[in-house]
Design a protein. Structure first.
Length: 152
């Protein structure tokens, strides 16, 4: 969602950024609760409740992604995937759609290819490693940095 990355270093960096974001949003939540308690006008309370609601939604979304990427970082599994075509990744621009199979079930995903250049990726039909976890089988991320990782 926020960052589509797959190397350990990139996942670790992403976790650090998300940790900082979680701390800041948590501080915002505490600050808004304090402001709600201290507000004397109804309008100020409504504004602070609205901000609090937004911050709570934000923290839930970030925590979900944090949990997923922690699992991906600590318990990665790999399977061969095949590129299908180009797709759009929300908030990130162009990506590459790919499919992979686990226990007879096919999954399709789309993730960005940055920082790898688009010209260096074989689309369609390129074979690349897909990183996934047992808990999130349908949320694999293709590793575009190396090709032909699986012998034929």
């Amino acid at each position: 969602m926020l960052l589509n990355i797959v190397t350990d270093e990139e996942l670790l960096t992403s976790q650090i950024v998300k940790t900082i974001l979680l701390v800041l949003v948590s501080l915002g939540i505490v600050y808004n609760i304090f402001r709600i308690i201290r507000s004397q006008t109804k309008v100020r309370k409504i504004i602070n409740f609205s901000i609090l609601g937004f911050l709570l939604i934000t923290i839930v979304i970030v925590l979900k992604e944090y949990k997923y990427e922690t699992t991906l970082l600590k318990h990665p599994l790999y399977v061969e995937g095949t590129t299908i075509g180009y797709c759009s990744v929300f908030g990130r621009g162009e990506g590459i759609e790919f499919e992979y199979e686990i226990d007879g079930i096919k999954y399709r995903c789309c993730n960005t290819y940055h920082p790898v250049s688009r010209d260096s990726i074989v689309v369609p039909g390129g074979k690349y490693k897909v990183r996934y976890t047992k808990k999130y089988l349908n949320k694999g991320r293709m590793v575009f940095k190396k090709t032909n990782l699986f012998p034929q």
